[in-house]
Design a protein around this ligand. Structure first.
Ligand code: SF4
Ligand code: FES
Length: 240
């Protein structure tokens, strides 16, 4: 008989018999039992108090995408002989796994990610709070004053929940951003003004405008300007 936690407050003692509908694994030295078919993050979301995993790009209504990597945990599938990093919002909870959610290595990795996020979005409250929690005082560099962490939740909410594609992530590297079709300043008819993109945004980068349509995130270079620039001009702007 082994004791398994089935919620943060309830445990059961059961024989270690295989059960296709349940997954038994260990999180931070606690045996837990969850229903099969969940990711590690999903499973632990239902067990408050077990595991310590921050997440910025997870939303239960939207398929996980693994953009922020803050939810990284260490996982062993060989009884603790070796561990590797996985994004818990994407990785399935498996029978016999050992999961560590807050080791020194993980905190170091998350600290690095948070420093990058803070360098990009110094005024965003949720990032400031994470920085405080992980001891990131001041980033060693600046990546501009953005509000958007490019997690793509807004774009996927529009596609997956509403069935529209009124906004998308465009460009690459430092020019990546959320934009309306053809870099329009205002969203047109393709946007029904549901506000879902604004609702799911973890940083508050999308607000609803007085015309009932979302106002897309503040960017360093206005969309129209970027659209009209040649690659060479974009490069010289980025170096200023
Ligand atoms: S606007 Fe918000 S939801 Fe959209 S990519 Fe940026 S941070 Fe994510
Ligand atoms: S919440 Fe898992 S990668 Fe962002």
């Amino acid at each position: 008989m082994t004791k398994y936690w089935i919620s943060s407050e309830t445990s059961v003692e059961i024989n270690d018999a295989p059960d296709v509908n349940a997954v038994h694994f260990n999180v931070d030295d606690k045996n837990i039992m969850v229903s099969a078919g969940q990711t590690i993050y999903e499973a632990l979301q239902r067990m408050p108090g077990i595991g310590e995993i921050p997440a910025l790009c997870y939303n239960p209504a939207i398929r996980p995408y693994g953009a922020c990597r803050l939810c990284t945990v260490e996982v062993s599938e060989d009884r603790g002989k070796s561990f590797r990093f996985v994004a818990s919002c994407l990785y399935p909870a498996k029978e016999g796994q050992i999961v560590k959610t807050n080791t020194e290595k993980i905190r170091k990795l998350r600290k690095g990610i948070i420093e990058l996020l803070l360098a990009r979005c110094p005024d965003v409250r949720v990032i400031q709070e994470l920085a405080k929690e992980y001891g990131v005082e001041k980033p060693r560099f600046s990546l501009g004053g953005h509000d958007c962490i490019l997690c793509g939740l807004c774009v996927r909410a529009c596609q997956e929940i509403i069935g529209k594609s009124a906004i998308s992530l465009v460009n690459r590297g430092i020019y990546k951003e959320v934009a309306a079709p053809f870099y329009a300043y205002e969203l047109g008819e393709e946007c029904i003004g549901c506000g879902d993109c604004s609702y799911v945004c973890p940083t508050g980068a999308i607000i609803m405008g007085s015309n009932g349509k979302p106002v897309l995130p503040r960017v360093k270079i206005p969309y129209a300007e970027v659209g009209a620039m040649t690659s060479k001009e974009k490069l010289s702007t980025s170096q200023k």
